[in-house]
Design a protein around this ligand. Structure first.
Ligand SMILES: [Cu+2]
Length: 165
């Protein structure tokens, strides 16, 4: 089945438009979704952003999807025995007055089974579903981050055990 999907996958990545790169959905402000460019051989990638709750009621990011990958999940990093490991989380809390920052080494959107390489300068759609605010489709830009994006060079192995692939 996966094979068929790969064959059917069209080119989703488009040239990044020079537009403001923030979205509002209900009370949630979605700021600058981005991905780091990766070599074409990479099976998995990640997306990051900052989520700000402008309302008075806590919300949660509960699911993500993108045509760029077979599967998208919410992940976090934990230190286990001195090793940085990733694990899936059910949701990412977005509390008023406290921005939730998805960034390398922390919470992230994990994309498993990339259908297309993450190419510098391109962008792709990412659909976010919040428990209260509902669903919105945003655009993720692909670029090598500077200091301001919280970019840091470290390589992490994905620890999830999967058959096949
Ligand atoms: Cu991950």
């Amino acid at each position: 089945m996966n094979r068929v999907l790969i064959l059917l996958a069209a080119t989703f990545a488009i040239a990044a438009p020079a537009l403001a790169h923030d979205y509002m959905q209900g009370d949630i402000h979605i700021m600058k979704p981005w991905s780091r460019p990766l070599p074409p051989v990479s099976a998995n990638g990640a997306a990051y952003m900052t989520l700000v709750n402008k309302g008075n009621t806590p919300d949660k990011l509960v699911s993500v999807s993108t045509p760029m990958a077979m599967k998208a999940e919410l992940h976090t990093h934990t230190m286990e025995g001195g090793m940085m490991k990733m694990r899936r989380v059910e949701a990412i809390e977005i509390v008023p007055g406290k921005p939730s920052v998805l960034k390398p080494g922390g919470h992230h959107v994990m994309m498993m089974g990339l259908k297309e390489p993450l190419v510098e300068g391109k962008s792709y759609p990412l659909t976010l579903t919040f428990e209260r605010a509902g669903t919105v489709e945003g655009t993720v830009r692909i670029f090598e981050p500077g200091e301001s994006e919280g970019g840091m060079k470290h390589d992490m192995k994905h620890e999830e055990k999967k058959e096949g692939g």
